[in-house]
Design a protein around this ligand. Structure first.
Ligand code: ZN
Length: 127
């Protein structure tokens, strides 16, 4: 189906150990659930010498970037209007694996289907 037959070999960074679960992409700006997932603050924990948690820090993300190349990506309608590269969530049926920009999508994931929401992706091919 993909125009240049990238298929499985397009997955450069591939950490596909889990077998056959199918990967797909969802445009971030069009799915509120994905937006909530990617904006979750990172948690930094410190431990004392006895292995007890001594400090927990939540770090808010100022912007969302492509996990592959580090470019800032569009995650809202406004970002899209401002001309930022489209941001995609690379997902399988259970997890959001990483954020991908337009360039990296074309380079590494050209064979994957793109959906506008998780509902569309997961509910689509049931019958
Ligand atoms: Zn990228």
């Amino acid at each position: 189906m993909s125009p240049r037959g990238l298929g499985a070999h397009g997955l450069k960074r591939g950490e596909r150990k889990m077998g056959e679960s199918e990967l797909f992409l969802v445009t971030i700006y069009s799915d509120i659930r994905i937006q909530r997932l990617i904006w979750r603050p990172a948690t930094l924990m410190s431990f004392d010498e006895g292995g007890v948690i001594s400090d927990v820090e939540l770090v808010e993300k100022p912007v969302i970037v492509c996990d592959t190349c580090g470019a800032r990506v569009a995650v809202t309608d406004k970002d899209v209007e401002e001309g930022l590269p489209m941001g995609y969530a690379l997902c399988d049926e259970q997890y959001l694996i990483e954020v991908v920009c337009e360039d990296c999508r074309r380079r590494y994931f050209a064979g994957l289907r793109v959906y506008r929401s998780l509902d569309e992706a997961l509910g689509g091919d049931d019958g």
